[in-house]
Design a protein around this ligand. Structure first.
Ligand SMILES: Nc1ncnc2c1ncn2[C@@H]1O[C@H](COP(=O)(O)OP(=O)(O)O)[C@@H](O)[C@H]1O
Ligand SMILES: [Mg+2]
Length: 253
């Protein structure tokens, strides 16, 4: 059984149709890249999986671990192992990364009927995961995203992912602001966390991130649906020929 299966997903916002029939199947152990021109629905797809309710699903279904995803609340989705890296991370003044993570982990444990995490266990986990993203204790003690540089925000995002150990991670990378340091942080984190027990979806406009994270499958999301899937070579082909090539190809078939 696939970890995630999306069938003919159509969705709109304020009466405007954005997704026009997305089909996608993701198995555990896989890293998928979703590429495509700006404004074609990549972030919309991520938001719908994570459970943001500003979009209206008009058709289709999403099956996650055998369950209808739309039957699960946002909290339930997170507790069931879905993680969405924030495209625009929010600032939470007065709450340290450390305390924020403690709360997030305990919310998930509560959902599963478990006791709060023991303080020593938590500190061990923190230290271990901080290494993955090369995060200093100084940063972990600062308020979430307050005055963070782009690179620090990325570190925090991947650190959250590492702490929560999600089964399905969706990292929606904005097209701007990913400098070489941020790219390296995201890539190192993803590469350290990829395993046979999880799946990771990296959404990106540019091919360069995929020089660092080698995906098993590359998809092109174009005009609201996945129009092409292939191996990592597809990303290189896109880089070379540009997205207009996809449009022309579709017209010819
Ligand atoms: N909150 C919103 N209100 C109105 N339109 C939106 C909103 N969010 C996204 N859209 C529209 O949905 C389309 C797809 O956007 P998006 O999913 O962000 O594309 P991508 O991530 O591929 O760049 C765009 O035309 C965008 O303007
Ligand atoms: Mg986007």
């Amino acid at each position: 059984m696939a970890l995630l299966e999306i069938k003919d997903l159509c969705a709109s916002i304020k009466g405007k149709q954005i997704l026009t029939g997305v089909n996608l199947k993701i198995n555990k152990g896989e890293v998928h890249a979703i590429m495509g021109p700006n404004g074609n629905g990549k972030s919309t797809l991520a938001s719908i999986i994570a459970g943001k309710d500003i979009f209206e699903v008009t058709k289709g279904e999403i099956i996650y671990q055998g369950q209808n995803l739309f039957d699960l609340s946002v909290e339930a989705r997170a507790a069931e192992g879905i993680f969405l890296g924030f495209q625009y991370p929010v600032e939470i003044p007065g709450v340290s990364i450390k305390n924020f993570m403690m709360t997030a982990i305990n919310e998930q444990r509560k959902y599963k009927g478990l006791d709060p995490i023991n303080a020593i266990e938590f500190m061990k986990l923190m230290q271990q995961r901080q290494k993955v993203v090369e995060m200093t204790s100084d940063l972990a003690n600062r308020s979430v995203n307050e005055g963070f540089s782009g690179g620090e925000k990325k570190k925090n995002e991947i650190f959250q992912m590492a702490m929560l150990n999600p089964t399905l991670s969706i990292l929606d990378e904005t097209d701007s602001g990913l400098d070489i340091d941020a790219l390296r942080i995201v890539a190192n984190g993803v590469n350290a966390l990829r395993s046979k027990d999880n799946a990771i979806v990296v959404i990106t406009h540019y091919q360069r991130l995929l020089d660092y994270i080698v995906p098993d499958v590359v998809h092109v999301l174009y005009e609201g649906k996945i129009v092409k899937s292939g191996t990592k070579e597809l990303a290189l082909e896109l880089e070379e020929k540009g997205y207009e090539w996809i449009g022309k190809e579709l017209k010819n078939t």
